[in-house]
Write a protein that binds this ligand. Structure first.
Ligand code: BGC
Length: 750
């Protein structure tokens, strides 16, 4: 300014002209690709490389010299995680980072309602935006293969079609906030045991038909801006720099134009990271604030070692440019997006959204008439179980949340039935939620909690049991798998003892996984609830009292026994895999299970995962995929098809009338499965191809229609590497669950 005043009018003109010339990368009127190219052309080698790795635990650099902002990444996926320290995993103890805990993704999948998925994405996106995050690390769509996987609660169940339908609206609405989704963990991260190193062998058919479709939908239809690589290996290469997954499939076949980020610490090699499609490396090691050689952020695989490979010409500049381009594009879409809203945090609207999702997610598994439980005066209700009060937002690993509010089931049941009518007994003790650990509970503590519950049961008219799993290590928790299929902490004997004393018992368990129910015959009413976050109490109480008519359907099968599940039916190599170089366990390292010693695994169940296995092998599930009762009854009429056959460019419409024959309004999810009568390659007995959730008033009939086209008949021909629909006879099977088919329509494809 001083200069302008002193040097006179001529200079003033030329300087202001220079000011008026906005560089193309800052010009909002220009297309994003032009801005990206312009920005790229201004960067030095060092600046480009700096974009490609962390600068703190949860941020990566921008270009300060050019005013290009850094990126802030945050877990994900059920809410925005509390602030983490710059340089280590500790919490920063801020006071403005308490959020809404939204229901876990298993719960979202159990709603079978894509509109709620859109609501979820919108609301969690507003919170991420308010917290000034650019990328939310989620949602996760790894397929539920075994009920022992410690992270199933973060995923959307066992069926690729259901997961794909549910993930797309979440991403679309989230990203409207200028916050990128980071769909994870790509791919085949279907267990936690040895996740850092396990080498998964899987057929192309299973890869394309089961494990990839939800990721593909997220990329192609959801247009996710980032994808997180998985920790494990596939084809002998870590997934975060896996040539086939990232170069061939993600970018080559699906045309992904976003950023591939590692899972935190998922990079292992500079050359592979450079050449195999990785863009941003996060979480490799810490201590970046000191100059300790070998451990600063610049020493990441995509830091100095990468820069040197490019400088020496061993890795072409185009490789680095491609990464920088992807990252700049992400910055323009998020941090530099000037049209994005401001967001909001823990609002009544967000709580209402969490409640609406929770309400529709709870699954009524069994009901011999005990439910709904009306709030009659004078009934002595005993609530038993730690999950009636436990803060289930804590623990579980990276998805843990610091909540502003958490309304417990006990609190909500007391509000519904009256303080004086509800007694509580904890019944069992699980200990603190510590990642990777299970602290043993002393026998005298367990015994006295058990005795207290049993003695209170004698004084009760009705028992509501609220237990299940929790977010402790070796439960529903990252970094380890469950130790067994049964409920932990002596809950099976506790439920049995309570049911023997008082058969008026409702079991309302919370988990993200299936578990054994040896007590099933003794318990007249069973509810499956999930980690529902802030509004868990009100949602559960409203379903128990009948204020909300349950309408959730299982997103995964509940086998009777672990051996009935596909992954466990074929021996150790199928689950958990085999360590090829076993070493004695190191007790000092709680995360030893993360890497294992050269673990390998082969998915021998191939395409027969979940209900595909139960159906095809004729092994009935205790509760089938898609199962969920209501307080009303639905009658399915005769299904009809608009034509008996169709060709590759055509389609038919299959319609079924569904009537509410009860006295309460209810929602039913009508499911369409397709069965191929004969095919050149083996296929599952049937596969989910469409579903629709409809609300039906008592006495009302709704016609539910589904369009069936060639795409719904296809399988993946691995030899030809293409999706094929073979001419022949098919059946459209319409049901209330995968095991409860109510109407069948045969048709042909020519
Ligand atoms: C998890 C990711 C998570 C990341 C950052 C990893 O351990 O596997 O899902 O987003 O940490 O917290």
């Amino acid at each position: 300014m001083n200069k302008l005043i002193t040097v006179g009018a001529a200079v003033l003109v030329s300087v202001s002209a220079a000011y008026a010339e906005v560089p193309a990368y800052l010009d909002r009127t220009k297309p994003i690709e032009e801005r990206v190219e312009d920005a790229l052309s201004r960067l030095t080698l060092k600046e480009k490389v700096a974009l490609c790795h962390a600068q703190s635990k949860f941020s990566s650099a921008g270009v300060p010299r050019l005013g290009i902002p850094e990126l802030w990444w945050s877990d994900g996926p059920h809410g925005v995680r509390a602030e983490i320290n710059w340089n280590d995993w500790g919490y920063a103890n801020w006071t403005n980072d308490s959020v809404t805990a939204f229901p876990a993704l298993t719960a979202l999948a159990a709603t079978w309602n894509p509109e709620l998925s859109a609501l979820y994405g919108k609301n969690v996106g507003e919170e991420a935006r308010y917290r000034e995050k650019d990328v939310l690390l989620g949602p996760g769509v790894n397929i539920y293969r075994t009920p022992l996987n410690g992270r199933n609660f973060e995923y959307m169940g066992e069926d690729p079609y259901l997961a794909g339908e549910m993930v797309v609206p979440y991403i679309q609405e989230l990203q409207k906030n200028g916050v990128a989704a980071s769909v994870k963990h790509f791919a085949l991260n279907n267990q936690e045991k040895w996740r850092g190193n396990i080498d998964v062998e899987v057929s192309d058919r299973a890869l394309y038909e089961i494990y990839l479709p939800a990721f593909k939908r997220a990329v192609v239809d959801g247009k996710a801006w980032t994808i997180m690589g998985a920790y494990n290996k596939y084809n002998g290469q870590h997934c975060c720099h896996n040539s086939r997954l990232l170069n061939d499939i993600l970018r080559g076949e699906w045309g992904f134009d976003g950023v591939v980020v590692t899972d935190w610490g998922g990079a292992h090699d500079t050359r592979e990271a450079a050449l195999n499609g990785l863009d941003v490396e996060m979480g490799s090691f810490t201590n970046g604030l000191t100059a300790d050689a070998g451990s600063s952020y610049d020493e990441y695989y995509l830091g100095r070692p990468f820069r040197e490979l490019v400088a020496s010409g061993e890795v072409p500049m185009e490789v680095l440019d491609a990464k920088a381009r992807n990252i700049l594009r992400l910055i323009f879409r998020t941090a530099m997006n000037t049209d994005k809203p401001f967001g909001s945090l823990a609002t009544p609207e967000h709580y209402a959204a969490a409640k609406a999702i929770g309400d529709e997610s709870i699954v009524l598994l069994k009901n011999d008439g005990l439910l709904p439980l009306r709030a009659d005066a004078g009934k002595r209700i005993l609530v038993v179980g730690e999950n009636a009060v436990k803060m289930l937002n804590k623990g579980g690993g990276s998805s843990e949340l610091k909540v502003k509010d958490m309304k417990s089931p006990l609190e909500a049941l007391r509000a519904a039935f009256g303080e004086a009518n509800v007694t509580y007994a904890q019944g069992y003790e699980s200990g603190p939620s510590i990642y990777g650990f299970q602290i043993p509970i002393p026998a005298n503590v367990s015994d006295s909690l058990f005795a207290d519950a049993v003695s209170k049961a004698k004084e009760s008219d009705i028992i509501i049991y609220i237990g299940g799993l929790n977010k402790n290590g070796f439960q529903d928790c990252e970094s380890s798998d469950r130790a067994g299929y049964n409920l932990p902490f002596g809950q099976d004997s506790l439920i049995e003892a309570l049911a023997d004393i008082n058969p008026n018992i409702i079991v309302a368990n919370i988990s993200g996984n299936a578990y054994a129910m040896p007590w099933i015959k003794k318990v007249p009413a069973i509810i499956q609830s999930w980690y529902l976050g802030t509004m868990i109490g009100p949602s559960m109480a409203d379903v128990i009292t009948g204020k909300i008519n349950p309408s959730g359907k299982l997103p995964f099968s509940f086998p009777y026994r672990l051996e009935d599940n596909s992954a466990h039916a074929s021996g150790e190599l199928s689950y958990p895999g085999i360590e090829r170089d076993p070493q004695p366990a190191d007790e000092k390292n709680p995360f030893a299970g993360h890497m294992g010693n050269k673990p390998e695994q082969r998915y021998d169940d191939d395409i027969l995962v979940g209900y595909r296995w139960h159906d095809t092998k004729k092994i009935p599930a205790m509760f089938a995929f898609g199962h969920g009762l209501s307080y009303t009854d639905f009658k399915y009429g005769k299904a009809t098809a608009s034509a008996k056959e169709f060709a590759s460019d055509g389609s038919i419409t299959v319609t079924v009338p569904v009537t509410n024959i009860g006295t309460t309004e209810g929602k039913e999810t009508v499911q369409l499965y397709i069965s191929d009568e004969k095919s050149s390659l083996p296929r599952p007995l049937k596969e989910l191809k469409a579903f629709r959730k409809v609300s039906i008033a008592p006495g009302e009939t709704k016609e539910v229609s589904f369009k069936v086209s060639a795409d719904d008949l296809k399988f993946f021909d691995d030899k030809a590497h293409e999706w094929v629909a073979e001419p022949g006879k098919f059946k459209a099977l319409i049901g209330s669950s995968s095991a409860d088919i109510r109407a069948t329509v045969p048709f042909s494809y020519k």
